[in-house]
Ligand binder design. Sequence first.
Ligand code: SF4
Length: 502
Amino acid sequence: MEITNSTIKNIVLASSSPRRIDIMTKAGYSPIVMPADIDENIPEGTKANDAVKALALKKADAVIEKIRLEQPSLYSNAPVVIAADTVVSYENKILGKPKDKEECIQMLKMLRNNKHQVITGVAIKVINGKEDEFKDRNFSVVSDVEFGDYSDEFLDQYSDTAEPYDKAGAYAIQGTFGQFVKEFHGDYDNIVGFPWAEIEPYIKKALYRYRINNIDHYLKAKEGQKTIKLAIDGGFTCPNRDGSKGYGGCTFCSDSGSGEFASNINEQIQLLSQKWPKAEYMAYLQNHTNTYAPLDELKAKYENILSNEMIKGLVIGTRPDCLSDEIISYLAELNKETKLWLELGLQTVHDETAHAINRCYDTALFYERYNKLKEAGIKCVVHLILGLPGESKEMMLESIKKVAVLKPFGIKLHLLNIVKSSVLAKNYPIETYPFKDIDEYTDFIVEALRYIPPEVTVHRLTGDAPREILIHPLWSHEKRTILNQIQYKMDRDNIIQGDLLK
Ligand code: SF4
């Protein structure tokens, strides 16, 4: 099935204007059309710009309320609502839709042989979209239009048709009156009543949430506010470091145990709360294997972290071979009391690679423990690394597909970063690194996302080791560029996470 913007069903147009519907349809969208029933009277003395913005907002809010009351399933799907209102302004007078023939003729006589402005106010709102990026999408766009001459006789005939009565200023540039437009400046679509060039970038931004089931957006929609993970060091080690299974750890892992950002909880909250005063926090036990200790020790550590009233949940980074039945039972209980998920370091489904990177457990064990966790109702995020030595893109994609089919709560795709103090720093042949640049990497990610079911949350799409320890690839520092390019390619090709599974 070809995926287009029209596949996305969550766009509501708060207008039944055929012109607006036409513009959206031509751009490839199929909006749900839901006109707003509001009082469109504009208080005397209101400036045209302010009036159209206020009316657009009023229409958007009225439709949101209608959806809330009448369509709860659509409401919970966080639709994007677009509303617009257009007026014609002549010498600071606002001309809306004419009420009758007399007003129609009066308006068009005023505009004859004169310049006027067409002003459209737009409101774009995402239900439950409390993200800053979706706030204040309430703007207006102005275009100038100059009319030539027309006769009173023509006006008399024209005002007997239905055409003028649903149009601000009693005309449409694409209708009968188009012939009298001598000149116009600004956006043609704005004169039609829908400044699409200004609207679409915001829609695309909002739709990005549908293209990728990003964990931040997922949590924001679920919790109603931003949730921040605070990386902390629980003071554990790993079985392939301390000799119980092996020595030296996984060959890609730095001596901090993949936890370069871990630091103190309260210090982090103090800093972050300046930027996000309402955010919620989850503690993220990131370094090493955070279930690799006797149960009593685990309980004491986890419960101590959760006793901090600022912490509303726990993310535990671990390995499947360090999750005994006893630990899983305890986690299942903990899961009832707090927000919890595990991050399982799988890295690859290929045992030959797993052996080469000194992972020290077989993939079969991952499946067995994963199923046990699933039975216990514990959410899992599976961590994969892209670019491990000896792996082709086909092998990486196979790992992604095999994990995706399990439909875990989440997936983390981590670009291999070769970092100082890791074993790979000494022996990885850089010339064999499978992604030569950002373009090649983002092409791969965009393809991979098409095999991940839309309900699986995406927690990471690249790697971002600190500059001071990163050896290769140095372009991975450009995290924003990488993410922007993924978004750009998905928009350009109308790709949605999981679309190849349908
Ligand atoms: S990748 Fe994970 S399991 Fe492997 S050594 Fe590093 S922290 Fe331990």
